[in-house]
Design a binder for this molecule. Structure first.
Ligand code: FES
Ligand SMILES: [Fe+2]
Length: 457
């Protein structure tokens, strides 16, 4: 297929149609690496993974390897994992502690803040020609530590992280705050990493709030794999949100979330009768959260995607996911599992087994999702398939609910009201990154409003 010069031509957001090319084309994929992953804020890891000076965790930004490291003075850096001499990876471990990164190729060494410490035979071979201060490891342009989560961008002109996050903050907060309502305080208890043959956007889109795909999980809902794992308890999350009003939001920067609001005066649901110690812990958290947050405690997170490739599960199983691109049709998923850092060991272990049962490459729910993404990718690669757009018109006619695409909020009963507005808002921004629009446009300035009338024209 001949590609239009503007990515925006792939995304007809007014009519709710998107070209399959954006999921399968290597050409589009290259443009994503060059224009999107080099500018957007990306999640790289959690400070609990690098608690001590010299601790590091190798992460990724787009396809590129980066080192999340705490330097000798305790300052956190994100450095490109590529030697300035001939590009060798200076760190080939997933995590650890070091005082220096020594390049295996010709042994240039770098300190944990990225500066050159030593070059073999410097005096004889380089003195007068090479200024060591100019050859540090490449460092991200901006870094932000938000409640322990580390985010970075290569673009010095990017807005600060909190501006970028916008009102999605209160939704993401629910994944990062303690179960009893204290702000922050989470830690990573493990990271699952696995590769699957699907375009990364299928995963990112799913977590924007695609509640419509629930039938995919019918088998796990029937078996019941909730936290309590009690016999006879159906569902994936012990039905905690059964009485809730559901909320779907799209944000100007392209993020999308699905959260929930519990009914007034909602009570703790005791699903842990087989272990009173665990039940007591969760009951305490429930009451303490209500005491701390008052009415706001009714607000509970569910899922969301922070543009472009960081998704979260807010409560159960609480985690952050990065969808790292490998190619147009291959993605590496990383799930960072979160618990309250000061939770009792028994609770952490209890949650660990629940998380693994649910999520990650062997998790029963994640398997359902991945099967959809990988077959959707495969079945969209054919010449005929690529001629036919995907349909994103769900709920678009409901103008009384949704007068705009980016910056909407929809509330309703999960069985009757779902929406694809978050996805449409996401792809609208996605196209603008590929078309190299300026930051004020990427943050929603001048957004044209959607009306059904516009769709009809
Ligand atoms: S590539 Fe690193 S020292 Fe030569
Ligand atoms: Fe799912």
């Amino acid at each position: 297929m001949t590609h239009p010069s503007k990515a925006a031509d792939f995304v007809d957001w007014r009519r709710g149609q998107i070209s399959r090319e954006i999921y399968v084309s290597e050409d589009v994929y290259r443009r994503e690496l060059e224009t999107l992953f080099t500018r957007a804020w990306l999640f790289v890891g959690h400070e609990s993974q690098i608690p001590n000076p010299g601790d590091f965790f190798t992460s990724r930004m787009g396809e590129e390897s980066v080192i999340l490291v705490r330097d000798k003075a305790g300052v956190i850096h994100v450095l490109l994992n590529s030697c300035r001499h001939r590009g060798m990876k200076v760190c080939r471990y997933e995590s650890g502690n070091t005082s220096l990164f020594t390049c295996p190729y010709h042994s240039w060494t770098y300190t944990t803040d990225g500066r050159i410490r030593g070059i073999p035979l410097y005096k004889a071979l380089y003195e007068g020609n090479l200024n060591r201060d100019e050859w540090s490891l490449v460092e991200v342009a901006k870094l932000h530590n938000y409640k322990g989560t580390i985010w970075a961008t290569w673009d010095p002109d990017a807005p600060d992280f909190l501006t970028y996050l916008g009102d999605a903050k209160i939704h993401l907060d629910q994944a990062l705050d303690c179960r009893d309502g204290r702000p922050g305080g989470s830690e990573v208890i493990g990271v699952h990493k696995w590769v699957f043959p699907a375009n990364w956007k299928f995963a990112a889109e799913n977590f924007l709030g695609d509640t419509y795909h629930n039938p995919s999980h019918r088998s796990v809902d029937m078996i019941g794999i909730g936290p309590s794992a009690l016999e006879g308890v159906k569902g994936r999350r012990d039905n905690e949100l059964e009485q809730a009003q559901h909320v779907w939001c799209s944000f100007p920067a392209g993020h999308g979330v699905h959260s929930a609001v519990q009914p007034e005066g909602y009570e703790f649901v005791d699903q842990f009768k087989n272990d009173p110690e665990i039940a007591d812990y969760f009951r305490y958290c429930h009451e303490e959260r209500k005491r701390r947050l008052g009415e706001d405690a009714r607000f509970l997170p569910f899922v969301g995607t922070i543009f472009p490739n960081t998704s979260y599960h807010g409560r159960q199983p609480r985690s952050l996911c990065s969808w790292h691109p490998h190619s147009a049709n291959e993605t590496e998923g990383w799930r960072f599992f979160l618990v309250d850092a000061d939770a009792p060991t028994k609770i952490k272990d209890f949650l660990r087994t629940y998380y693994m049962r649910y999520s990650g490459p062997a998790g029963m729910t994640e398997q359902d999702d991945m099967e959809n993404w990988l077959y959707a990718t495969k079945a969209s690669m054919g010449t005929i398939a690529r001629r036919h757009n995907f349909n994103y018109t769900q709920s678009m006619g409901a103008s009384e609910l949704n007068p705009v695409v980016n910056g909407i909020e929809v509330r309703g009963d999960v069985s009757q009201q779902v929406t694809e507005h978050m996805a449409v808002g996401f792809y609208r921004r996605w196209a603008q990154y590929l078309d190299q629009e300026p930051w004020d446009v990427l943050m929603g300035k001048g957004d044209e409003r959607f009306t059904p009338k516009a769709a009809a024209e």
